[in-house]
Ligand binder design. Structure first.
Ligand SMILES: NC(N)=O
Length: 710
């Protein structure tokens, strides 16, 4: 099943002009909104993306609500809407549930890792920095390659899929669509940095969720569907033409679906890599306040479950029920496999039931989902290029101002690169399924060694370097051998079949654990976690003392709160007398409960004994972080048990949903979607009410001042 030619098999649902208008118009509007938001932030909230600390980790000041919205947004891809509907069409009602479970456990795991990283590496900006601090250069390079390939594959495949959908529904040239999707994102991300993406993420999330609720409810209540009861009756009435091989009784309304389970497992592996091996998810956790990481990530984990569950179920099943009726866009033909694989299920349902205004709304949804994914990828790659490569290996003494410039350039360079890769994939006849199945094999080997880096003091440098490489080789070998054993040949078709990809991904994910343990046992050592603090000191992490003359912008403005208010030296992280003296000399000092800050000189800090190193957080903050760490583990285990076992397993039996059960199920799914809306749209507004009020007062004052002068 190739995603690539598929876009071409669609019919134009809107005119090309409308397609261009929507895509360009939305980009311009979003760019405008974000540039205004950045200005307001600088002027009235004392937040300036012109410092690298702000650009990279938003001054570690993001609250729970905005964290939840941002994580939700960068994780809600078009997959959760368009492809959850398409796969529900293929395999039935089991898919949306598996899809939800394949989305949320990784985010809950990231809450665990994020809070542990805050405890162990409080100054880090990226996950790669942690690898380098513990194991040095070679491991750093290995993980840079793993991260970049994961990111480029993920982001390019999204742009490719999006451009094909836009091409397939509007006839817009694929090259134009490929350029236009990331254009606006590149601009606002380059200017605004991570905090800008937090804000646009919030806007994306709000608009996308309103549209998701709109599509779900207006399709379900449409006269041609007839509500829960009408939908159930139509699915039962068309059961014979909608027989699904491999499902219990061939029914769409059963959880007992073998295909759905295989798909679910591959999705889980791929998505695990997309989260843990994506520096953006780490950066977002570094960007949060101490208290916000765990609740923020877990709210997002729960909320995202609702999206495929509600929308996927309603749209996917409605397409099955209506595909041979006269209102269908391709009547008398139903959906071909190629059309389903290219994601045309949802736009066809929308066209049939809501019409052209629905298609315009679908474009907006597509734009929201695509751009939030792309912007998150931009930040991740730009941080790798500027921080992990440029600052580390090319110019370690780079000024903060220059580093931010490099980050901006990196965003633009990555934008161009991604467009080029998407076009090459497109014109080279790349196959999205093959990419989707190969990516977990490529990206999974780093996961366990990375997790060990923060959780196991016994993993040695050699183990960290070799285990991902050996893991990758193991995954590829299993994948190819399985394809050969099962299908007698190794070619594009056999390597994109489900089982070889699944077994290959298992090998890639789990074998590095074995390699790491064995290699570490060969020459055992124990890492002292305080080393992280010492290395950070040695690197002169001067988070809080960027001199104003290194800033980017010329306008006078109020300084960032961290730089402006000297803080008491009461809890300096180093009790070394020399360093304390340095801190006092510079008169800025440092170490608050919520914002780690260091002043130190590298020459002396490398000599400091570990016993002289103290954590920058106070005892209370640390014990609070440990409490959140325990909560995060409990929540992660709970989510895995419920969504992998307690919920699906009892239903995996010879059972076709009754009307009553179906109605209850879909009702819960829709309520879940509303809860998601409250959790990641309404709650962040409440959470950020003080900042919103402050910003509004500032703007209002400025407007009044200007009017008064006239
Ligand atoms: N969010 C994803 N990877 O579908």
């Amino acid at each position: 099943m190739s995603g690539l030619q598929l876009g071409y098999s669609g019919i134009d649902l809107v005119s090309q002009g409308t397609g261009y208008g929507l895509l360009i118009g939305l980009s311009v509007v979003f760019c405008g909104v974000i540039l205004v938001a950045i200005k307001i932030q600088r002027q009235y909230l004392a937040e300036d993306s012109g410092t690298s600390e702000m650009f990279m980790v938003a001054n570690r000041s993001v609250g729970t609500g905005l964290t939840a919205a941002a994580v939700f947004s960068s994780w809600m891809w078009i997959n959760e809407t368009v492809f959850a509907a398409a796969f529900t069409f293929k395999y039935g009602i089991a898919i949306p549930m598996w899809w939800g479970s394949g989305l949320c456990f990784q985010i809950a795991l990231m809450a665990v890792l994020g809070v542990l990283a805050k405890i162990r590496t409080p100054y880090a900006h990226t996950s790669l920095e942690i690898i380098r601090q513990r194991y040095g250069k070679i491991a750093h390079v290995v993980f840079i390659v793993l991260n970049l390939s994961n990111n480029v594959f993920g982001c390019a495949s999204m742009i490719l899929t999006g451009s094909q959908l836009i091409h397939g529904t509007s006839g817009m040239h694929i090259v134009a669509a490929t350029f236009l999707i990331p254009l606006g994102v590149v601009l606002y991300t380059a200017v605004g940095g991570l905090k800008a993406t937090f804000l646009t993420d919030f806007l994306h999330t709000t608009i996308a969720l309103i549209l998701i609720l709109y599509f779900t409810l207006s399709v379900l209540t449409n006269e041609h569907v007839g509500g829960l009861s009408g939908l159930y009756d139509k699915i039962m009435a068309t059961a014979s033409e909608n027989y699904v091989a491999g499902n219990y009784e061939g029914s769409l309304l059963t959880i007992k679906s073998k295909q759905a389970i295989i798909w679910a497992l591959i999705l889980k592996f791929g998505n695990l890599a997309l989260v843990v091996m994506d520096t953006a998810f780490w950066q977002k956790s570094f960007a949060t306040e101490v208290k916000a990481t765990v609740p923020g990530y877990n709210i997002a984990a729960l909320a995202v479950f609702g999206i495929p569950l509600g929308l996927g179920t309603v749209i996917g099943l409605t397409a099955r029920a209506l595909q041979y009726s006269p209102i269908w866009p391709t009547y008398p033909d139903g959906l071909s496999t190629a059309q389903v694989n290219s994601g045309l299920v949802m736009p066809y349902v929308v066209k049939a039931l809501i019409g052209n205004s629905g298609i315009a709304a679908f474009f907006v949804l597509l734009f929201m989902a695509l751009t939030s994914t792309v912007s998150s990828s931009m930040i991740a790659v730009s941080s790798i290029l500027s921080f992990d490569l440029y600052k580390t290996y090319i110019n370690p003494k780079v000024s903060d101002k220059r580093l931010v410039k490099i980050s901006h350039l990196a965003v633009v360079a990555h934008g161009l690169f991604i467009v080029a890769i998407s076009l090459v994939l497109n014109y080279g006849g790349a196959d999205m399924t093959w990419i989707g199945y190969f990516r977990p094999i490529l990206s999974c080997p780093g996961i366990i060694p990375l997790v060990f880096t923060l959780t196991w003091s016994g993993q040695t440098r050699l183990a960290a370097i070799l285990s991902p490489v050996l893991g990758f080789a193991t995954g590829v070998t299993i994948w190819l051998i399985t394809a050969h054993k099962l299908y007698g040949a190794i070619n594009l078709t056999t390597t994109e079949a489900g089982y070889p990809a699944l077994y290959g991904a298992c090998g890639s994910l789990f074998s590095p654990a074995i390699y790491s343990i064995l290699i570490s046992l060969y020459k055992p050592y124990k890492f002292d976690w305080r080393e992280f603090l010492r290395v950070e000191l040695a690197e002169e992490v001067k988070i809080a003392i960027t001199p104003p003359n290194e800033r980017d912008d010329e306008e006078p403005k109020s300084e960032s709160k961290v730089t402006d208010e000297p803080l008491p030296i009461s809890k300096s992280i180093v009790s070394h007398p020399e360093l304390t003296a340095i801190s006092e000399e510079k008169g800025t000092a440092i170490s608050t409960d919520a914002t780690p800050s260091v002043l130190a000189s590298s020459s002396s800090s490398t000599d400091i004994s570990l016993d002289d190193i103290h954590h920058p957080f106070s005892e209370e903050t640390l014990s609070e972080l440990y409490r959140w760490y325990r909560i995060a583990w409990i929540f992660f285990i709970f989510i895995v048990l419920v969504t992998f076992v307690a919920w699906p397993m009892p239903l995996y039996r010879d059972y076709v949903f009754s009307k009553k059960f179906f109605s209850g199920w879909v009702t819960v799914a829709i309520i879940w979607t509303f809860c998601a809306f409250f959790a990641v749209v309404v709650y962040p507004l409440y959470d950020g009410r003080h900042a919103i009020a402050k910003g509004s007062r500032g703007v209002w004052g400025a407007v009044r001042g200007r009017l008064g002068r006239k």
